[in-house]
Design a protein around this ligand. Structure first.
Ligand code: TMP
Length: 213
């Protein structure tokens, strides 16, 4: 492909029911319509191993999981995703759309569960082979507003509202520190309006990276 040196990684982040997965899938559909080489993945998940780890992580009957066990399982799933899917796709100049990635670990584990930031960051680099997203969309929404859209019953969703509020704070702190990479979107906007913002920012990135839209 003319001008493209390597693939790109675009991630979507946000609290539960923020609408991030809807936006991630809509971007993947847009890329398909444009005939651009891409894959859509979710973290944790996508690989057979990752989907199995995901089942353990989200099983509401495993409510006594220690925070250290939890973070290591998320990282284990991410390392399989990285080596099985992300690295080959990036090498093949594909555009990777990823529903959640390392920023989730920062918001949900390091920040909201008070795990040691430096240590988790080192483990995360180890798990994800140092891959960093080129662009991240944080679909930001007030936790109460998100919960009005529905509250699921998995192990993470079953956490108290205060936990999810800390997750949101963690995300906003991170976005403040990484203004260039993380685009904060207003999750209360209609789906199509958000999609237009996503496509505008992703389109800019792809043009800069040498893709032809
Ligand atoms: P999902 O339902 O949006 O796919 O996310 C799965 C759950 O896992 C969600 O509650 C967020 C949580 N999660 C973490 O706590 N840490 C992580 O590193 C990741 C990727 C997800």
């Amino acid at each position: 492909m003319y001008g493209v040196k390597r693939g790109v990684l675009i991630t979507f982040e946000g609290v539960e029911c923020s609408g991030k997965s809807t936006q991630a899938k809509a971007l993947a559909r847009w890329l398909a319509e444009k005939d651009l080489p891409h894959i859509f993945v979710r973290d944790p998940g996508t690989t057979q191993i990752g989907e199995n780890i995901r089942k353990i992580l989200l099983n509401p009957r495993l409510g006594n999981m220690h925070a250290k066990c939890e973070v290591l399982l998320f990282l284990a799933a991410r390392s399989q995703l990285t080596y099985e899917k992300l690295l080959p796709a990036i090498r093949e100049k594909q555009i990777v759309v990823c529903d959640r990635f390392a920023d989730s670990t920062y918001a949900y584990q390091t920040y909201a569960r008070n795990l040691p930031a430096r240590l988790v960051a080192v483990f995360n680099r180890f798990a994800a082979a140092g891959i960093k997203p080129d662009l991240t969309f944080l679909v930001d929404i007030d936790v109460a507003a998100a919960q009005k859209r529905g509250v699921g019953g998995d192990r993470m969703e079953a956490e108290k509202t205060e936990y999810h509020e800390r997750v949101r704070d963690g995300y906003l702190k991170l976005a403040h520190r990484a203004k260039k990479r993380i685009r904060v979107l207003d999750g209360t906007l209609p789906v199509e309006a958000l999609h237009q913002q996503v496509v505008a920012a992703a389109g800019d990135l792809l043009l800069r990276k040498g893709y032809r839209l």
